[in-house]
Design a protein around this ligand. Structure first.
Ligand SMILES: C=Cc1c2[nH]c(c1C)Cc1[nH]c(c(CCC(=O)O)c1C)Cc1[nH]c(c(C)c1CCC(=O)O)Cc1[nH]c(c(C)c1C=C)C2
Length: 608
């Protein structure tokens, strides 16, 4: 959509929402009331989780056909990458997530990249890059760089001693082991209460609240310690302290849920492209030439190619009911009813509620969401922000230094190279022959802190401009807007972002391009008691749909894109193995396995 008065060149076209891409047989079947084959699966929601579910089904369940129902006219959910023209070319703006990390659940994104042939389009910011080394927090009236090994011991110690943000941190951490253990009757508490009790309130208000702004856009005093920090929560109960548990895990190996152990094993047994695996090992975060939207586009393209997926866009689901025989479910939309053996809902709990028209009781207890406004800005001048990831604004930053109620600012230029960044004259190693030779030998090539994977072409760039400017995203709102009756409009959002950047970074320049995006209810809040709510949802869904409806998405085990992929992977794996489940059966599990300790020089974990 056009937000800034400039023509937007959008690569996110409604290509796959066009009925010409749907197989006629599939379309007829989708609207017939004939019984489905025993394998057909309906997927509710065409965001990244829905697309990933369809992908894993086509890969793992060769007999199954899939129908994806999406209420809007586009697929991909809130992955939304758009090109915006500027005077000397165009730049890419991300309305939602902008980068992915390759570790943990991120391995699935790496595997998708390999299987969808997207690695050649990827941009890999290396661990050596400023994006990895320089992370800032704004407190109380200036940017404070977080300690990092690359800064050197002296500089880190000086920072810890001189910056008020770290007051009480060292002492709080050192004495944590002596703090009394919580009462056994305590079932959950807020992240704030937990860490204030274990380390001290300054750590919560000045540091941790900022980190949780950057992930959940949420309030540290409301989010659940048990759900967000399960390892530390268990460590206190089992070892008496967080540090005690940490030391035990270092010595004996970390304990993880059985489900996590299976995941680690599956990832390890994947047949990795060795160069991609090595590239990802040295990568702090990655994205693609045309932004993260390339991931959802790549999935859709692949799914169309399988001929087994029927896309029903602009088709909100009105009801999902058990079939009369109990051998499947029927999905009702405005156009009719269709029968399936199984359904996977990737809808938010709020939308899931609507699929049980007549029922008054709730299927999934309410899980609140926060609204985030992202304001993308592109300035003509380069280096208006320090080199680095960006900065977070914690709760303790005084109101007069953050009246805009911003959560943080991302320095997008750090992940989003333009031709300047890959200009041969600026390379660490300037001989292309030397680089090609290294790559031919399978060695990783680092061009100004970006891995060069797509040999022999030039390293990928995202912003197509002659001279690099500064690209920033201001994040506003989140829990600060919880009780607001209305949100700022585009003009107000832009004004808020500009006034924040002027106060914090001294930027007075007018942006050459900008885009304001209001993401309503976009990040679910795992507030105190979240685990219990998920258990209730599991028993309700199980009772009503008897294993025929499963759920996946960002409201159960992590709010990021990587977590959505993981949730899709888990749900399809459980279907493949014929396990009875709802997608929530693992919640609150007490079956654990111990992984082998990670020894120096060893990079991966193994199950014992
Ligand atoms: C667009 C708003 C989002 C905010 N949080 C998330 C989104 C999509 C989800 C999220 N962000 C991060 C994680 C942790 C895992 C990780 O990839 O590191 C999750 C689950 C970290 C993160 N936060 C910000 C960035 C650039 C990243 C890296 C991944 C990403 O591109 O999202 C910046 C940031 N995100 C939000 C705020 C308020 C913020 C402020 C600087 C909200």
């Amino acid at each position: 959509m056009l937000r800034n008065g400039l023509t937007t060149v959008s690569h996110l076209r409604p290509l796959y929402s066009q009925s010409s891409h749907l197989r006629i047989a599939d379309r007829l079947r989708a609207y017939s009331t004939e019984p489905a084959t025993s394998n057909d699966v309906a997927i509710l929601g065409g965001g990244i989780t829905g697309l990933a579910c369809a992908y894993y089904i086509t890969k793992e369940l060769p007999q199954a056909n899939v129908t994806i129902y999406e209420a809007s006219d586009r697929l991909g959910g809130w992955l939304s990458s758009k090109r915006v023209p500027v005077k000397d070319g165009n730049v890419l703006f991300e309305a939602g997530p902008r980068t992915l990390r390759p570790s943990s659940n991120g391995a699935l994104a790496g595997i998708l990249m390999q299987e969808l042939d997207l690695a050649k389009d990827a941009i890999f910011a290396q661990r050596t890059s400023p994006a990895a080394r320089n992370r800032f927090v704004y407190y109380p009236d200036h940017l404070v760089r977080m300690p990092h090994p690359s800064s050197g011991l002296f500089s880190n110690l000086y920072n810890l001693w001189s910056e008020p943000i770290f007051d009480g941190v060292l002492w709080g951490a050192a004495s944590e082991i002596f703090k009394p253990q919580r009462d056994e009757s305590l079932q959950d508490e807020s992240v704030g209460d937990f860490f204030a009790r274990r380390i001290g309130p300054n750590v919560v208000n000045r540091l941790l609240s900022g980190v949780l702004h950057g992930i959940y856009a949420g309030d540290v005093w409301k989010l659940s310690a048990k759900s967000l920090f399960p390892t530390q929560w268990r460590d206190e109960a089992q070892s008496g302290s967080i540090f005690g548990g940490f030391a035990k895990a270092r010595a004996d190996g970390p304990e993880v849920t059985k489900q996590e152990g299976e995941y680690v094993r599956a990832i390890k047994s994947h047949k990795w492209d060795p160069l991609l695996r090595d590239t990802l090992k040295d990568t702090t975060a990655f994205t693609f030439r045309d932004g993260l939207g390339m991931l959802s586009d790549g999935l859709v393209r692949h799914l169309v190619g399988t001929g087994r997926v029927n896309f029903q866009t602009s088709s909100p689901v009105q009801a999902v009911a058990m079939s009369e025989t109990g051998s499947g479910v029927t999905v009702k939309t405005e156009s009719g009813e269709a029968a399936f053996a199984n359904a996977i809902s990737t809808l938010s709990p709020k939308h899931l509620k609507n699929i049980r028209q007549a029922k008054a009781s709730e299927l999934v207890p309410a899980i609140p969401g926060v609204t985030v406004m992202t304001v993308n800005l592109y300035f003509r001048s380069p280096n208006l922000a320090p080199a680095g990831f960006g900065y977070l604004i914690p709760l303790a930053t005084p109101f007069e230094n953050n009246p805009e109620r911003a959560l943080g600012v991302v320095f997008d230029t750090a992940y989003s190279p333009s031709p300047d960044d890959v200009n041969m004259e600026n390379w660490h190693i300037s001989s292309p022959d030397q680089l090609k030779e290294a790559r031919d030998q399978g060695r990783l090539i680092n061009v100004n802190d970006f891995a060069w994977y797509n040999m022999p072409d030039r390293p990928n760039t995202q912003d197509d401009v002659k001279a690099r400017g500064t690209k920033l995203t201001v994040m506003l709102g989140g829990h600060y807007w919880d009780s607001w009756p209305a949100f700022p409009d585009e003009k107000e959002g832009l004004a808020l972002a500009k006034s924040l950047l002027e106060r914090h970074l001294g930027i007075k320049e007018e942006p050459e391009a900008w885009q304001v995006n209001l993401q309503s209810d976009c990040i679910p809040q795992y507030t105190v008691g979240h685990e219990q709510r998920l258990k209730t949802a599991h028993s309700n869904i199980s009772r009503e749909y008897k294993g025929r409806l499963r759920v996946a998405g960002n409201w159960m085990s992590g709010v990021g894109v990587n977590d959505c992929l993981r949730s899709a992977w888990d749900v399809v794996r459980s279907m493949k193995e014929g396990r009875y489940g709802t997608g929530l059966e693992h919640i609150g599990t007490n079956e654990y396995v111990r992984l082998k300790p990670i020894r120096p020089g060893q990079s991966t974990e193994q199950e014992q």
